[in-house]
Write a protein of this length. Structure first.
Length: 393
């Protein structure tokens, strides 16, 4: 059975994507194309590993075994050409909790933290939540996609302690080129800014684009990077709460490890550990199938908007299964007064649940984020509903 051609009914499984629709959007009958997880079953190897672990009836405190670290090392090497030492890996329950610990460990109240908006909401929310100064470096739209505003980026770095890089970028789907990453490294070295790289979408690049771990380049420049990653987006196992930080600098690794211990996050989820090992060791073919499927879904949506003049445009994402829809012309066409009215149009008239762009920061005003990680028929129905709603005005 092909997991990418088989529709799954996820309702009633307590999944956030489907079972919180009424609470979050006011209606339970919407097609959910919002939160970043997939409507595809996990690899068989992962399911088997979970079943094998569940066969043992004790689920006590669990260590991270050597196979956990070895699987991460081998995956990073095979997928991204990055050779790391297993001692550089620090297990964490998720990338967002890890970001919070990093902010606490490597900055003080009032310190500046640079982020590039629009960006995954927790990244621009965490600095403020922890009493730091949020220094936004809004991405600029170019003919071929979004680019960094370099003069403004340098101005912000000059007053910052940390820079949080999203690579590949969520939600605009950029895969940063080597020359861009080197320039980031050089500027962060100039202003003594620690780079924190969220690379959780690294495995989801569309050819010919390839993810380059910024830490791999930074090592040659003598610049420290803390990298965050997980199998969650790649293999659809986010609910197992298992991620990791890669910290090659011994001093910073010791500091972060101390904060992890202070937070009481030293033992692992036995199912998350088993899933990561199985996915990274045996999930390569499934991953290839996923990327073929996402490539087809991306083409499906791009063709739809190119063939229908609906007041929505987008740049083809270079990575991720998230599309960043520019709805500003649609707002003008339908006389939608603000972002709240735009979100309500998608809910009430199109019957769709998407992420409002403004939740990714003020530069996301007028945009909506669309998740294409679902069955072809679901996406077709969603686009049909959107088309009808817009034509109905």
């Amino acid at each position: 059975m092909n997991p990418f051609d088989t529709p799954l009914d996820r309702r009633g499984s307590d999944c956030v994507k489907y079972d919180t629709l009424a609470d979050r959007f006011g209606r339970a009958d919407l097609i959910p194309l919002w939160v970043a997880d997939l409507d595809f079953s996990a690899p068989d190897a992962v399911t088997r590993a979970l079943q094998q672990r569940a066969a043992h009836p004790v689920f006590g405190y669990t260590r991270y075994p050597p196979e956990f670290f070895a699987a991460i090392v081998q995956w990073q090497l095979s997928q991204h050409g990055w050779r790391i030492d297993p001692t550089a890996v620090l297990p964490v329950p998720g990338t967002v909790p890890a970001l919070a610990l990093i902010v606490q460990a490597f900055s003080q109240s009032g310190d500046g933290i640079v982020v590039q908006t629009p960006i995954y909401p927790p990244i621009h929310q965490l600095p403020v939540q922890h009493g730091r100064r949020l220094l936004e470096n809004p991405l600029r739209e170019h003919t071929d996609g979004f680019v960094i505003d370099w003069p403004h980026f340098e101005q912000q770095l000059a007053q910052a302690k940390l820079f949080i890089l999203c690579a590949p970028h969520n939600p605009v789907g950029r895969v940063w080129r080597e020359d861009e990453l080197i320039k980031i490294i050089q500027l962060c070295r100039k202003y003594a800014v620690l780079i924190v790289a969220d690379e959780v979408h690294a495995d989801l690049c569309f050819a010919p684009h390839r993810h380059i771990p910024i830490a791999r380049l930074a090592a040659a420049e003598g610049v420290a990077v803390i990298t965050l990653n997980a199998p969650s987006k790649t293999f659809n196992v986010a609910g197992l709460n298992t991620a990791y930080a890669i910290v090659e600098d011994p001093e910073r690794r010791t500091t972060l490890q101390h904060h992890i211990q202070q937070a009481g996050l030293t033992s692992g989820n036995p199912f998350g550990i088993a899933a990561l090992i199985a996915a990274y060791q045996s999930g390569h073919e499934w991953h290839h199938g996923l990327m073929r499927t996402l490539h087809a879904r991306r083409a499906q949506v791009l063709d739809f908007f190119q063939n229908n003049d609906l007041g929505i445009r987008l740049h083809a994402p270079e990575a991720t299964y998230l599309l960043w829809l520019d709805c500003r012309a649609l707002m003008s066409r339908l006389a939608l007064a603000d972002d709240a009215a735009l979100a309500q149009f998608f809910i009430e008239h199109a019957g769709l649940a998407l992420n409002p762009g403004v939740s990714f920061g003020s530069p996301g005003s007028g945009f909506m984020r669309l998740n294409i990680g679902t069955h072809e028929s679901v996406l077709h129905q969603a686009l049909t509903q959107l088309h009808r709603a817009i034509l109905a005005g």
